[in-house]
Write a protein that binds this ligand. Structure first.
Ligand SMILES: Cc1cc2nc3c(=O)[nH]c(=O)nc-3n(C[C@H](O)[C@H](O)[C@H](O)COP(=O)(O)OP(=O)(O)OC[C@H]3O[C@@H](n4cnc5c(N)ncnc54)[C@H](O)[C@@H]3O)c2cc1C
Length: 303
């Protein structure tokens, strides 16, 4: 497991702004994530200092080069889960690696994808769950299904094996997008994958079965949603972060309720704009720098 002082999840304006401040302050900084949603051919007309407009792609590219100039390491890696480490700090598990970080800044934007199922809300908390580490326990030895097409879904399905051996994945009609290594592990564990689409959930007192778009039914006790990539809401659920609807609750210094976990940008949900994300990223970095210097300097003698 690789140790890092500060791990930032997100390569958007919030994450890169945070990285500029932390790397420039001499804190070892790793930024994970891939292209921000604004890193395309969009004209940004309202960001300070660009009277002729700048494209989102150019702005993000510049921010990334600036963070790298100060020594931040930037990698396109998707985070699958975050858990508290035994002796402080956090274990961050990505599609490629596992890290132990002294502090983490969540800068993942707003993203949780929900499947298009007629009556999904009626079953949330009554058979539909978004968090294996929180609710997998309630499905011991039961029949469960993970809805999702990618590595996040594969990881959730494998985590469910702690509680039950009766696990399957349904891609919700999308083409499967699971890395070969994960596919091998799923095969070895006997977890089947089907590319059907769940249309409706069935059951009078909680979930009993799913009805597919092709008209067939399958009995299940629990459905875990893991579409697309993990979002801040998923990390928050397993860490126990206080949320305000789908947004992370933070104080004026971007601190969450967990020491060493900070959040900035759209995932905080104040005003979903680049300028706000950049400002919050700077504040989150300031708080994270203090945390790293206090907590990790004394342990390792290095930030
Ligand atoms: C088309 C469009 C045009 C816009 N135009 C403007 C504009 O003109 N002016 C303006 O102020 N705002 C604009 N916005 C809004 C602006 O883009 C957002 O407010 C801003 O991007 C938020 O930045 P962020 O860093 O919080 O999140 P994002 O930019 O959304 O970045 C999120 C980052 O998190 C990463 N991530 C997410 N999940 C994971 C995971 N599981 N593992 C690893 N990484 C993960 C993503 O890969 C990405 O790098 C626009 C948005 C869109 C979509």
């Amino acid at each position: 497991m690789r140790k890092v002082s500060l791990l930032i999840i997100g390569q958007g304006p919030a994450g890169l702004s945070a990285a500029i401040y932390s790397a420039r302050a001499g804190v070892q900084t790793l930024v994970l994530g891939c292209a921000s949603k604004v890193a395309g051919d969009y004209d940004i007309d309202n960001y300070f200092g660009f009277p002729e407009t700048i494209s989102g792609r150019e702005l993000i590219g510049r921010g990334m080069r600036q963070a790298q100039r100060f020594g931040a390491e930037v990698r396109c890696e998707r985070v699958l889960s975050i858990h508290q480490a035994e002796h402080g700090g956090y274990h961050v598990h990505t599609e490629q690696e596992e890290y132990e970080a002294c502090a983490v800044i969540l800068a993942t934007g707003v993203a949780r994808m929900r499947p298009c199922i007629d009556n999904l809300q009626d079953y949330e908390g009554r058979g539909v769950s978004y968090c294996v580490s929180c609710e997998g326990f309630f499905y011991r030895n039961k029949k469960v299904m993970v809805l999702g097409e990618g590595n996040f879904a594969a990881n959730q399905a494998l985590e469910l094996l702690h509680y039950t051996q009766d696990v399957r994945i349904c891609t919700q009609g999308k083409p499967m997008d699971i890395a070969a290594a994960f596919q091998d592990r799923l095969r070895q564990a006997g977890i089947g994958i089907q590319e059907k689409k769940v249309k409706t959930l069935l059951g009078a007192d909680g979930l009993d079965a799913v009805l597919y778009a092709d008209g067939t039914q399958e009995a299940v006790d629990g459905v875990f949603i893991a579409m697309g990539q993990a979002s801040t809401a998923d990390f928050a659920a397993s860490l126990g972060l206080v949320m305000r609807k789908q947004f992370v609750e933070v104080d004026a210094q971007q601190r969450t309720n967990l020491p060493g976990i900070f959040a900035a940008g759209d995932c905080v949900g104040r005003f979903l704009q680049i300028s706000v994300a950049v400002g919050e990223g700077a504040l989150a970095a300031k708080a994270a720098i203090e945390h790293v210097k206090k907590q990790c300097l004394k342990e390792n003698g290095t930030a």
